[in-house]
Design a protein around this ligand. Structure first.
Ligand code: F6R
Length: 615
């Protein structure tokens, strides 16, 4: 987590850095800071709070001129969020200054050694240890900054994306990466540094993504030099042309990114299957699957590893793969899987699902699976992300940037990719007839339009939100393909409105949660026509007899649930395995409106961050 930004060139660094930090705030937002070199000295300002708080403080506190600078927005790991623990951090001499995203795991032993050598520390952070280690190496061996950074990093265990500069050499910034992302924008006689490309998208389309264990020296007016940290070998820079544009990362008239992203789902799902789903020819083209078809067909089972919302998408995939392609699927929390000594063989396929492609636990889980010989397939949104690169093959979701911390379009596009995979494998395995296959393709093609229709319930969902916004607890129930949607609905509500919510398989309710039901308890039940409709209706009756307040998510034209429920929200009809793509929509809207009505920060809920790059 944490976002880092830097600039060296001919422009004023401050506006680039402050705007860049605002764009990266989704990565962490409990404190922020900037260090600028104004031609004579380093001007540093930092504060607990948001980037807006920093901006207000800083503009009264320091001069903002200078063409070299670094900035940071923090999600605290070592040390509480306060001014002192905020980045950037100085070295003891005050000559060096650093920003850091990641964790230095052996910081404690390094700190003790440095204290023995006379160093003092102001903060509780691992980062201040790192900058003093760099200073120590630099001083003792009389080295240039780049070399000192390299030697110091070779003593470090952990993860980092760092940027460091020296006030005595204000013509260069040294950056390095292991485990946390670092993009370098290449302009005319200028370099931009950031955790992703969004801070520099209006300045250059040319970017280099540093690989793990690489460092780069960015010198004013000189070509970039990239080296391997361990071996010192020079690396040829691989420049990419960015596809991102400014509109994609702005709110475009919506009050929040989350709402924009909810409304983007019809086009995001379309982008996910564009060029891959060819219903006229009854073909699905997914290069990552096609190129590895033998492996998929020989696989004993699929293991899905993911976290949070992506884990919920994995659970939907379990139902879809098993139902359509008859391949056994296990869905694992990456954080548990990686430490469980799991039984994995070369005949397993591991599918890693991750919007950011940077989630530390998911990344570690696939490294483990690979080391045991499994074939790893990544389903990521962020192109070139660590999980995408670490996977043997994969399929991007093409959802476009997701900035709201609560995942919305990432979920539905992940399900879309996973459905395409399951369908392709079902056809290859012969577990589906050609007419069934064609029918599924045609139906999948109608989903963007049906999502659009589901979005039309927005105004009604808002009135429902108004009725239930003051609830203390909330229960979400679903069965079959819609059980994971119930989990996802509950997660959305709790993470942005801080209302306690639980998702359950509807029938499981009588084994415990039914005890919670009283007149105060809203229960959202997904009761679409296909699947276990009658059984869910019976579950609704059980709730009704205990006076629970029922909000039914039903298929358009439903009659039975309408008679029992306090409110019903309709979604268009579709085949059963595709219903999660529609039933999710009103649940996202419900959480959104409740959170807005409760005056919560929808895009940046407390304690969370968009990419969880720490375990
Ligand atoms: C919830 C949410 C998180 C993420 C989780 C995994 O709305 O966004 O639960 O789904 O942190 O993140 P990725 O998909 O980036 O691996």
């Amino acid at each position: 987590m944490c976002g880092i930004v830097g600039y060296i060139g001919h422009r004023e660094a401050y506006p680039i850095i402050i705007k860049g930090l605002q764009r990266l705030e989704y990565r962490g937002y409990d404190s922020a800071g900037i260090a600028l070199y104004d031609g004579e000295s380093i001007k540093l300002s930092k504060t607990k709070g948001k980037v807006a708080d920093l901006k207000e403080k800083l503009e009264n506190e320091i001069s903002t001129s200078g063409t070299l600078g670094i900035g940071h927005t923090r999600w605290a790991t070592h040390g509480v969020p306060n001014d002192v623990n905020s980045h950037p951090h100085y070295s003891n001499s005050g000559d060096l200054v650093i920003i850091h995203n990641g964790i230095i795991e052996n910081y404690d032993s390094l700190k003790k050694e440095l204290i023995n050598r006379g160093y003092t520390f102001k903060s509780d952070t691992d980062t201040e240890v790192l900058i003093n280690l760099i200073e120590d190496v630099k001083k003792n061996e009389n080295l240039k900054l780049g070399k000192a950074v390299q030697i110091a990093l070779n003593q470090v265990v952990g993860a980092y994306a760092i940027a460091v500069f020296d006030k005595n050499k204000p013509n260069e910034i040294v950056v390095a990466k292991l485990g946390s992302p670092l993009a370098i924008g290449i302009g005319e006689d200028e370099y931009f540094i950031a955790s992703d490309a969004s801070p520099f998208i209006e300045f250059t389309k040319n970017a280099i993504y540093l690989e793990d264990e690489q460092m780069a020296i960015l010198r004013r007016g000189k070509d970039i030099k990239i080296r391997k940290i361990k071996t010192d070998a020079l690396v040829d820079p691989y420049m990419q042309e960015l596809q991102l544009n400014l509109e994609q990362i702005e709110k475009g008239g919506y009050d929040h990114f989350m709402l924009k992203e909810i409304y983007e789902q019809p086009s995001a799902i379309l982008d996910t299957f564009r060029g891959r789903l060819l219903s006229n020819e009854a073909v699905i083209k997914l290069a990552g699957v096609e190129d590895n078809m033998k492996k998929f067909l020989a696989a004993d089972r699929i293991i899905v590893v993911a976290c949070g919302t992506s884990w919920h998408a994995g659970l939907v995939a379990e139902y879809i793969f098993e139902d359509l392609a008859r391949i056994p699927v296990e869905v694992e929390y990456a954080s548990e899987f990686r430490y469980r000594n799991p039984v994995i063989t070369e005949k397993d396929i591991v599918i890693a699902i991750s919007q950011s492609g940077e989630t530390a636990d998911t990344l570690a889980a696939i490294k483990l699976a690979k080391s045991k010989g499994a074939f790893v397939f990544g389903v990521c949104n962020v192109v070139g992300s660590s999980i995408a690169r670490e996977s043997d093959a994969g399929a991007y979701t093409h959802a476009g940037p997701e900035i709201g911390v609560a995942s919305t379009k990432a979920f539905t596009t992940q399900i879309t990719v996973l459905t395409l995979m399951a369908l392709r494998l079902a056809r290859a395995k012969g577990t589906m007839s050609s007419s069934e296959f064609r029918h599924h393709l045609i139906e999948l093609e109608t989903i963007p339009g049906k999502v659009e229709e589901a979005l039309q319930s927005d105004a009604y969902v808002k009135t429902v939100a108004d009725i239930y916004k003051d609830s203390k607890n909330c229960l979400y129930l679903g069965r079959g393909f819609n059980f994971p949607v119930a989990l996802e609905g509950a997660l959305k509500l709790k993470e942005i409105s801080y209302i306690h919510a639980e998702g359950y398989p509807a029938a499981e309710m009588k084994h415990g949660p039914i005890a919670l039901i009283d007149e105060q308890m809203p229960i959202i039940v997904i009761a679409t026509k296909k699947g276990h409709y009658e059984k869910v209706v019976s579950n609704i009756q059980e709730i009704k007899s205990r006076k629970g307040r029922i909000i039914g998510i039903v298929t358009k034209g439903d009659v039975s649930v309408k008679e029992l429920a306090d409110h019903v929200i309709e979604v268009p009809e579709t085949i059963e395995c595709l219903t999660p793509l529609l039933t999710t929509i009103p649940l996202q809207l419900l959480s959104y409106h409740i959170a807005v009505m409760l005056n919560k920060n929808v895009d940046q809920p407390r304690n969370l961050a968009k990419s969880v790059t720490v375990e």
